[in-house]
Design a protein around this ligand. Structure first.
Ligand code: UDP
Length: 507
């Protein structure tokens, strides 16, 4: 008998902000009756071993396929399998070239399946997947990690080539054809891979976007309806908003295992937060990629130390940021001891969604990475915004100017443009004042109210009958349906020769 279970192949970019929502999506798809193959690599799989084991125990039909990542071929140190493990700009380019080499093993893997998968969902940054999907005759959807607001702005700026006319990187530019006025500049918002030497990659991802069979976005319709409508109209293809993917499950252990093994057990954090009042704790974290320079990091520490109102906080500092200068300052200031009642310093990976969803959290200092932003919205937590690069400056505009659920720290210089290590983009005084306004001020309270209303909408979107729930079903139905049509012509996988051999570890 013919196997009619739809089969989707997911190809994330190996970066935390891209992998985490894709893994969420894999589980969601599987819960809706889809067989899923998720492409990963050994280092990335090791980080989410708990999730892989849980999936296996629950018999969800998700296969995590580990492909060897070709570090050596591109001069990358062994194990450089995720963007957060890269240390130089040259390594970034080499990393994307290495990702591209996964093309052949993926093609070989898919050819070896007993029938062709129904659909490929590939990260926007993996433009090369278009060739694999085309050769195998598999419909391909594009997965966009950032907000639809950002995607729309980036698309229109690329189409209108707005930066061709600017004389310097900070020259203000009005983003064309968006429903609200948005002013940005090339330094803040360069667009996808818009740097010298990356032209091929940029052309490839833009082509992959325009030739995709549809687009999947980790957002929800009620959050940014006019931008979703506008983007769908401009693209002239189906756009499915399926988020917030972070709300896919109510299970706390699953949430805590997202992305990596947490440095502190989430139960201990919850116990600590349980002792605090509602909306009284301030959370500080800058995602997976932003690395603060020691001087700036210490300045944040001073701001938190000197909070006159003895504000409770959780501060996440990455292992890579804990250089001797920072460790020395922490120990000389007796930071842990002085803040032991009111502060929790997490050195390493934090179980972020568990923290944000705790009712004691009342504000979030964020870099405006889209996952962090959406996680804050899903939890009804207002933000202090400090963007660093990529989509973050435009996400900040959405949060502050459009949704009005955040207050900007007014940082106008991207991380890439700070050359002097002693530069302070945010001083402790500025931080202290902003924290206090967000946590106690009337405006902060108003933002919290709006954020909580959005959190309700986010929850509804993901519940049965909600917009994202229905969109997920619609996407599955559309893609699964296409198999039936095309198999009449040929079953490509059965017919095609099986000339490749992939290094595949199916866990
Ligand atoms: N994250 C986490 N713990 C950490 C740091 C980050 O769980 O200590 C998660 C965070 O919840 C989010 C993702 O990593 O899901 C970061 O993605 P985002 O788009 O916010 O920023 P990026 O890391 O891509 O800059």
């Amino acid at each position: 008998m013919k196997d009619v279970t739809p089969h989707f192949v997911l190809v994330p970019l190996a970066a935390q902000g891209h992998m985490i929502p894709m893994v969420d999506m894999a589980r969601l798809l599987a819960e809706r009756g889809v067989r899923v193959t998720l492409i990963t690599t050994p280092v990335n799989a090791a980080r989410i071993r708990t999730i892989i084991d849980r999936v296996r125990r629950s018999n969800l039909p998700v296969e995590f396929v580990e492909l060897r990542f070709p570090c050596a071929e591109f001069g990358l140190p062994e194990g450089s399998e995720n963007i957060d493990l890269l240390s130089t700009l040259e390594h970034y380019k080499a990393f994307f070239d290495a990702m591209k080499l996964l093309k052949e093993p993926i093609e070989a893997l898919l050819r070896s399946q007993h029938r062709r998968p129904d659909c490929m969902i590939a990260d926007m940054c993996n433009g090369w997947t278009k060739d694999v999907a085309r050769r195998l005759g598999i419909p391909r959807l594009l997965f966009h990690g950032p907000s639809c607001f950002y995607i729309l702005c980036a698309y229109n700026m690329a189409q209108h080539r707005v930066y061709d006319r600017v004389t310097h990187e900070f020259e203000p530019v009005v983003v064309p054809d968006v429903p609200v006025e948005v002013v940005t500049n090339k330094a803040e918002s360069p667009g996808f891979f818009n740097w010298s030497g990356w032209e091929d990659l940029r052309a490839e991802v833009l082509e992959a976007e325009s030739t995709a069979d549809g687009v999947v976005i980790n957002t929800f319709y009620d959050l940014e309806p006019s931008f979703v409508d506008c983007y769908e109209k401009i693209m002239q293809k189906k756009v499915w908003t399926v988020g917030p993917l972070c709300l896919y499950s109510k299970d706390v252990d699953s949430k805590a295992a997202r992305g990596n093994k947490a440095a502190v057990d989430h139960r201990d954090i919850t116990t600590w937060l349980d002792r605090k009042g509602a909306s009284s704790v301030f959370y500080v974290s800058f995602g997976s990629l932003v690395l603060m320079r020691p001087t700036q990091l210490i300045e944040i520490g001073k701001g938190l130390l000197e909070c006159s109102d003895h504000r409770s906080f959780i501060w996440v500092v990455k292992e890579a940021e804990l250089v001797p200068e920072v460790e020395k300052w922490l120990s000389e200031e007796h930071f842990a001891e002085r803040t032991k009642e009111r502060g929790l310093l997490i050195k390493g990976w934090a179980p972020q969604t568990v923290i944000l969803l705790h009712p004691a959290i009342g504000g979030f200092l964020t870099h405006c990475g889209w996952n962090s932003t959406l996680e804050a919205i899903s939890a009804g937590v207002p933000m202090l915004t400090w963007p660093h690069f990529a989509d973050q400056f435009l996400n900040e505009k959405l949060v502050v100017d459009v949704l009005k659920i955040g207050r900007s720290l007014d940082v106008k210089v991207p991380r890439t443009h700070v050359t002097d290590d002693s530069t302070l983009l945010v001083t402790k005084e500025k931080l202290r004042k902003a924290v206090s306004e967000l946590m106690e001020g009337e405006e902060g309270e108003e933002m919290r109210r709006r954020a909580k209303a959005l959190a309700e909408k986010a929850k509804k979107a993901m519940e049965e009958g909600g917009s994202s729930y229905r969109n997920m079903d619609d996407m599955i139905e559309c893609m699964a349906g296409r198999y039936g049509e095309e198999e009449k012509v040929e079953d490509a996988v059965k017919e095609l020769s099986n000339g490749f051999s992939a290094h595949v570890v199916v866990t």
